[in-house]
Design a protein around this ligand. Structure first.
Ligand SMILES: Cc1ncc(COP(=O)(O)O)c(C=O)c1O
Length: 391
C-alpha cells in the first residue's frame, strides 16, 4: 500500500495532479518518475532491503501513481490494479462466503457479470436495488449485508446516487460504502468526502485519458482497511506493470485540464441534443431537465463528457453511429478522442435482455464520450448524422 506524502495536501488540485506522490529520482535527479521495469530488488544482506522486495507487492513507479491518485481523491492510501474489473474483484476479496452486497441496479455491465457469474459461486450474494432512492437502499439492508456498491453517475443511464445519504445508510448498518468514481473523476466528485470507505476507478478511462492502456485503482482512508487491501493486492497479484502505471501517472498530470474540456464540450453537445430531439430523450446530469440535476449539482462540481440519448429503435441507433465520422464507434470512454457506443450490444451486452429492458438500456440507446476536440467539429458531426436521418 502506498501512503500519500502529507506535505502534498497543502496544494490545490492542479498542483497535486502534477506533483503529488512524485519527487525527483534520488539517483539521477530525473524530474519524471522512471519506469522501474524490474521484477525484484537486490537485498544487501539477509533481512535488509531498501523498502522493496518483489514487484508484485511494491514498485516505485506504481507507488508514485498510487500516492498521486490517493491525494487527488482526498484519501490516504492508494492501490493500483491491472484493470477496473481487477480492482472490483480484489475489493470483493474483503468479503467471505455468506456475506451479501447491496449493489446499484445500473452499473457498468462487467460488474454484475463478475458478481452473478463468478462471485456467487464463491458464496457471496448480491441484492440489486435502485440506489437513486436512499430509502430503497435502507430497506435492502438485511443483517448479512457487508457493503453497498454504487456507481454515480451510472454507465450508461447517468443515474445519480446521493452519496451522503447512502453513506449514512452504510454507516448505520456497519457496512462498507464502495463507490465507482470513473465517470466523474476526482476533479468533479470526491466520494470519500461524502462518507465513502473505498473509491475506485477504471483508470483505463479519464485518469489515463489517452486510451492506451487498461488499469484500475482504489483509494481508502482507513489504515486497517488499507492493510487488508494491500494483503489482497500482494496475495492475489492483480497488479499493473510499471509501464502502464507510468502511462496513468502521465495522464493524471493533465486530468484537471482535460476534464474542464470534456465538461465544456459535454454541456454544449448535451444542449444541442436536447434542443433538437427533446430534453426527455437526453441523459446528462448537467441538463436542468435531468430529474436529479439538483442532487448532481450538490455533490459534483462539473458533469463531464458522458451523454446518452434515446433514439427509439436499434435501426435509428445504427444509422446514427454509422454516419458519425469524428466520433468513432468503439467500447470504452474518457479518452481525448470522442467515441460513440451502443450499450445494448457492446458495454452492456452481458446484462440479461429482460434486465436491460427493465432498466431502460434499450436497443435505441446510444452513449457518447465527448473528447477534447473542437466542439464545433463535434457538433457538426452529430448535426450531419441527425440531418440525414431527419431527427
Ligand atoms: C464505470 C466503469 N467501471 C468499471 C469498468 C471496468 O473497467 P476496466 O475495463 O478497466 O476493467 C468500466 C469499463 O468500461 C466502467 O465504465
Amino acid at each position: 500500500m502506498s501512503r500519500i506524502f502529507d506535505e502534498d495536501l497543502k496544494y490545490s488540485f492542479g498542483t497535486k495532479a502534477v506533483h503529488a506522490g512524485q519527487r525527483p529520482d534520488p539517483t539521477s535527479g530525473a524530474i519524471m518518475t522512471p519506469i522501474f521495469q524490474t521484477s525484484t530488488y537486490a537485498q544487501p544482506a539477509l533481512g535488509v532491503n531498501k523498502g522493496y522486495e518483489y514487484a508484485r507487492g511494491k514498485n516505485p513507479t506504481r507507488e508514485a501513481l498510487e500516492r498521486n491518485i490517493a491525494a487527488l481523491e482526498g484519501g490516504i492510501h492508494g492501490f493500483a490494479f491491472a484493470s477496473g474489473m481487477a480492482t472490483v474483484d480484489s475489493i470483493m476479496k474483503l468479503f467471505k462466503s455468506g456475506d451479501r452486497i447491496v449493489c446499484a441496479d445500473n452499473m457498468y455491465g462487467g460488474t454484475p457479470r463478475l458478481f452473478d457469474r463468478i462471485l456467487v459461486n464463491l458464496g457471496l450474494s448480491f441484492t440489486y436495488v435502485d440506489t437513486r432512492d436512499p430509502q430503497v437502499v435502507a430497506d435492502a439492508m438485511t443483517p448479512d449485508v457487508r457493503a453497498i456498491i454504487v456507481e454515480t453517475p451510472t454507465n450508461p443511464l447517468m443515474w445519480i446516487t446521493d452519496l451522503a445519504a447512502v453513506g449514512e445508510v452504510a454507516k448505520r448498518h456497519g457496512a462498507l460504502f464502495v463507490v465507482d468514481n470513473t465517470f466523474a473523476t476526482p476533479v468533479f466528485q470526491r466520494p470519500l468526502e461524502f462518507g465513502a470507505d473505498i473509491v475506485y476507478h477504471s483508470t483505463t478511462k479519464y485518469l489515463n485519458g489517452h486510451s492506451d492502456m487498461v488499469g484500475g485503482c482504489a483509494v481508502v482512508n482507513d489504515d486497517e482497511l488499507a492493510a487488508r487491501l494491500q494483503f489482497i493486492l500482494n496475495a492475489a497479484g492483480a497488479v499493473p506493470g510499471p509501464f502502464d502505471a507510468w502511462l496513468v501517472l502521465r495522464g493524471t498530470k493533465t486530468l484537471h485540464l482535460r476534464m474542464a474540456a470534456h465538461d465544456a464540450g459535454g454541456r454544449r453537445v448535451a444542449d444541442w441534443l436536447a434542443g433538437s430531439m427533446g430534453e426527455e430523450r437526453v441523459f446528462y446530469p448537467g441538463l436542468a431537465s435531468h430529474p436529479q440535476h439538483a442532487l448532481a449539482a450538490r455533490q459534483m462540481t462539473g458533469f463531464g463528457g458522458m451523454i446518452s440519448i434515446e433514439l427509439g429503435s436499434r435501426a435509428a441507433a445504427e444509422s446514427v453511429v454509422n454516419r458519425l465520422k469524428v466520433f468513432t464507434l468503439a467500447e470504452s470512454l474518457g479518452g481525448v478522442e470522442s467515441l460513440v457506443c451502443h450499450p445494448a450490444s457492446m458495454t452492456h451486452a452481458s446484462v440479461a435482455p429482460e434486465r436491460r429492458a427493465r432498466l431502460g438500456i434499450s436497443d435505441g440507446l446510444v452513449r457518447f464520450s465527448v473528447g477534447i476536440e473542437d466542439v464545433s467539429d463535434l457538433l457538426a458531426d452529430i448535426e450531419g448524422a441527425f440531418h440525414e436521418l431527419n431527427i
